[in-house]
Write a protein that binds this ligand. Structure first.
Ligand code: UTP
Length: 299
């Protein structure tokens, strides 16, 4: 029997420099995709997968994230007075029971591994999810549920994994394995951001993980790795040999909202899946292409 997954950690303390200037004064995780911010998708998936405790690792200038989980009294009252009950109900539906959302401050953005370590006292006993909200995964079954189901089979650590073109491996942690096929791949090594010719495979780690609590002791001792950051990938690599570590080729589509282009693509992809917007967006795209839409002057 594997332990149930009670906590999910959402590291949201990064500066999001690849999406500047949009992220100068709002957190990257508050960027909207269609009609809701990235954090909304990530937390909803975890809650629907049965996770009780939501831990946000925040930093300075991230107040908008905390407000998103709070009652907005003036807004609520205004919607009520104007009879906008549907909007009011939708906003209220997202609110979690008081005490379910915990905030931990990462005082300096020293890397994803460091952010996860900062959550060590907030996470309940047992395995926990880590989800980077800018890696949006959409499909029939959420990545949270898929990771939890995989973990029930394998125990240990499970990382979301995806095949990428070899030329792009340098953007990811890459999996070294003896058996690269199938949905659940046993991992014998992980290399952070390798050169294409040095990559052990083209199976890349996406920032959705299910980790055992042992990872905290490893992170406690860990030094900075690639890019001068304390890398979560290095800590997961250190788990190999102590506990099973698997890559899960998740089903669904991953939309990388950590870059401006990726975020734009995510909005288009999600709008095209949206019953209300699909036809209008398709029409707009077609029309824009035909008219060779004029470029806005540079700002
Ligand atoms: P990224 O690797 O995308 O880093 O972090 P970033 O700082 O947000 O963005 P760039 O690279 O400057 O464009 C992945 C996730 O981990 C969080 C980020 O907020 C994001 O959700 N993170 C990253 C932290 O919480 N702390 C860190 O020190 C680094």
């Amino acid at each position: 029997m594997t332990a149930s997954v009670k906590s999910a950690v959402f590291p949201v303390a990064g500066f999001g420099t690849r999406v500047l200037p949009a992220t100068k004064s709002i957190p990257k995780e508050m960027l909207p995709v269609v009609d809701r911010p990235l954090i909304h998708y990530a937390v909803t998936d975890a809650v629907e997968a049965g996770v009780e405790r939501i831990v946000l690792v925040t930093g300075r200038n991230k107040g908008a994230l905390e407000d998103y989980f709070d009652i907005a009294y003036e807004l609520d009252r205004s919607l009520e007075m104007r009879g906008k009950e549907e909007a009011r109900a939708a906003i209220r539906a997202f609110l979690l029971r008081p005490g379910r959302v915990l905030y931990v401050r990462q005082m300096e953005p020293l890397g994803l591994g460091h952010a996860v370590w900062c959550a060590r006292h907030a996470v309940a006993d047992g395995p926990f999810l880590v989800v980077s909200p800018d890696d949006l995964i959409v499909g029939e079954t959420s990545s949270a549920r898929q990771l939890i189901e995989a973990h029930a089979r394998t125990g240990g650590a499970v990382v979301a994994a995806m095949d990428v073109p070899r030329a792009e491996v340098g953007r990811y942690g890459v999996i070294d394995t003896d058996s690269p096929d199938g949905a659940l791949v046993p991992i014998r090594g992980l290399i952070e951001k390798p050169a294409p010719e040095a990559a052990p495979s083209t199976l890349a780690v996406i920032a959705h993980y299910l980790l055992p609590p042992d990872v905290f002791a490893i992170l406690e001792e860990q030094q900075a790795g690639a890019g001068g950051e304390i890398q979560l990938t290095d800590a997961i690599a250190a788990l190999i040999g102590r506990t099973p570590v698997h890559g899960l080729r998740f089903s669904g589509r991953r939309l990388d909202c950590g870059t401006t282009l990726g975020w734009l693509e995510a909005n288009i992809a999600m709008a095209l899946q949206h019953d209300e917007y699909r036809a209008a967006v398709l029409g707009f795209l077609k029309q824009s292409e035909e008219s060779g839409a004029k470029r806005a002057p540079p700002v």
